[in-house]
Design a protein around this ligand. Structure first.
Ligand SMILES: Cc1cc2nc3c(=O)[nH]c(=O)nc-3n(C[C@H](O)[C@H](O)[C@H](O)COP(=O)(O)OP(=O)(O)OC[C@H]3O[C@@H](n4cnc5c(N)ncnc54)[C@H](O)[C@@H]3O)c2cc1C
Length: 514
């Protein structure tokens, strides 16, 4: 065996860097691995500062790191997210809205049974027929009662959070509780070995940081994976056209309702996000510079804010330009890219932070014993994450291909030549059968068949012909779900009262604001 992997150096201190530090340090501590973990970040290079919608995986991540849910909600100014609502994506008309909730439909061996059961429920949406979550989220309720343990819910959920406060919280947890060494300095150069691997990072102060495994979390700069390892870029901009965003944060009145879902509203050349936190709303306009000017995007954003928060006053948006694609090799030699350095696609379904979590899980589950093992593990990692990136592109594109909007941007999205090949095949298949786990056979799909069902049927996707009679057991399950839904609507606290109760220490969120 060659030398063991003991010294981990993390370059970059954004969400990806500090999540990496916390996950690896907590794991090393629990398993007595004896890793030394050092994170270097340039104090004068800001983090991207957005990234406020997460995926339900975040609950497990926080638990693994050893952060209590109540502390997290308070310290990161976080709130519950139960899914994403898409307004105006199909026709752009006033009643055009559907939800992609996190709670999956009941298990059914043949998903056509779900469709048959749905058709029996009048004109309800597919999501409303399958789970009480759309009704719960529509009136801003939390997915859990105050008495429930950390990370447990009556319904599946993730979080909305304040990215800057989340990073600050992870940083102090990593340094104070998990023994991570924090170096505030700029990386001046990368020192290579004879075999092309990374020997160490040379810092602005002259200090040298040697290591066995380097995690590149330097954001779009990708100093290690691109700069040193020369990993190519796989461009996905012919599939997903958006390349710019304007972002603002608008303070909200204390006690105003906190939305329990991300609201994504389509516009003529992209979409707007609206994320509710206890202290503010994060709102942004994502657009394609080929189909919309910066000035038009500003007007679109300001019209949305004017309509939804009339007393918002004058807000100055931040402008972000982003590439769409990913590295050909995420793992090269002894360097692993995590976060924006590994790739980025528009934030439509919050796929970036979950990819950070999945990368870290894959690293931990297959931690290389030595450099020989690292070569094999790195190759397998690249195969898995290339597939995952393909899946992300397909799922995000699905949100566009079923639209009937007539503007040039939307028409261009429907041109077959812009579809990933696998998505074209799936769309062909789904004329005769429903999206199922046969279409998504990975052990940990980022977006399982349930997500595709919600989006596909939410947007009016074709139903397969000759639906079977729904099994009586499924109808009973759906009936019980309706009863449970009524009980939840009557008993769950609002997102706001849950949070306020947490801050005041009241035993139950409902009483806290009664
Ligand atoms: C408009 C927009 C909206 C988004 N919304 C979401 C969302 O809702 N959900 C989601 O999951 N994701 C979202 N994302 C993505 C998310 O913001 C990122 O994935 C996440 O913040 C991780 O960023 P990062 O840590 O990789 O990079 P960054 O935040 O850019 O951090 C880079 C770090 O590298 C350091 N660095 C850079 N150069 C050097 C150097 N020379 N020396 C030392 N240090 C250096 C910097 O100081 C910084 O600490 C969004 C992104 C954009 C652009």
């Amino acid at each position: 065996m060659s030398e063991p992997i003991k010294r981990i150096v993390i370059a970059g201190g954004g969400t990806a860097g500090w999540l990496s530090a916390c996950r690896l340090a907590a794991w090393s501590k629990a398993e007595k691995r004896g890793l030394t973990i050092t994170l270097v970040e340039a104090p004068d290079i800001p983090t991207v500062g957005v990234g406020e919608g997460t995926w339900p995986t975040m609950r497990r991540t926080l638990a693994e790191i050893g952060i209590d849910e109540a502390d997290f909600l308070r310290d990161a100014d976080a709130a519950f997210k139960q899914g994403s609502r898409f307004d105006g994506w199909v026709t752009g008309q006033a009643n055009d809205s559907y939800l992609h909730p996190f709670t999956p439909p009941p298990a059914a061996p043949d998903p056509r049974q779900l469709l048959a059961a749905w058709r029996r429920q009048g004109d309800q949406s597919f999501a409303t027929a399958m789970t009480p979550q759309p009704e719960v989220a529509a009136i801003h309720l939390a997915p859990k009662q105050r008495g429930m343990p950390s990370f447990a819910g009556a319904l599946n959920y993730a979080y909305h959070l304040d990215a800057a406060r989340f990073v600050a919280m992870l940083r102090s947890h990593a340094v104070d509780r998990l023994g991570v060494t924090h170096v505030a300095d700029r990386i001046a150069s990368v020192e290579g070995t004879d075999t092309g691997e990374i020997a160490g990072l040379k810092l602005g102060s002259g200090m040298n940081l040697p290591g066995d495994l380097f995690i590149d979390c330097t954001g779009h700069a990708a100093i290690l994976i691109k700069g040193h390892c020369k990993s190519d870029w796989v461009d996905l901009s012919s599939v997903l056209f958006n390349d710019r965003a304007l972002a603002v944060q608008v303070p909200v009145a204390a006690r105003s309702p906190i939305a329990s879902q991300t609201i994504s509203t389509a516009h003529k050349a992209g979409w707007l996000w609206d994320i509710g936190l206890p202290d503010r709303r994060g709102i942004g306009c994502v657009y394609s510079s080929e189909f919309m000017t910066d000035g038009e995007a500003e007007q679109t954003l300001s019209a949305y804010i004017g309509e939804s928060i009339p007393d918002a006053g004058d807000v100055q948006p931040r402008r972000l330009i982003f590439p769409t694609g990913h590295r050909r090799h995420f793992w090269a030699g002894n360097c692993l890219a995590v976060g924006l350095s590994s790739g980025f696609a528009e934030p439509l379904e919050a796929s970036a932070i979950v990819l950070v979590e999945l990368s870290l899980q894959a690293l931990i589950d297959n931690f290389p014993a030595d450099r020989c093992a690292m070569r094999i593990i790195g190759r397998r990692f690249n195969d898995l994450f290339t597939t995952r990136w393909g899946r992300i592109a397909e799922f995000l594109k699905l949100h566009y291909v079923l639209s009937r909007r007539a503007e040039p941007y939307w028409r261009a999205h429907r041109e077959r030549s812009s579809f990933p090949e696998r998505l074209s095949e799936l769309l062909e298949l789904w004329k005769g059968q429903a999206p199922s786990s046969y279409d998504f056979p990975l052990a940990e799909e980022i977006f399982p068949a349930a997500s595709y069902q919600y989006v596909y049927y939410g947007m009016g996707g074709t139903l397969p012909p000759g639906l079977p009679e729904p099994a009586p057991s499924l109808m009973i399950q759906l009936d019980q779900m309706k009863q449970r839904g009524r009980a939840l609507l009557a008993s769950l606290p609002s997102n706001r009262s849950y949070f306020d109760g947490l801050c005041s220490g009241a035993p139950n969120g409902r009483e806290a604001t009664a």
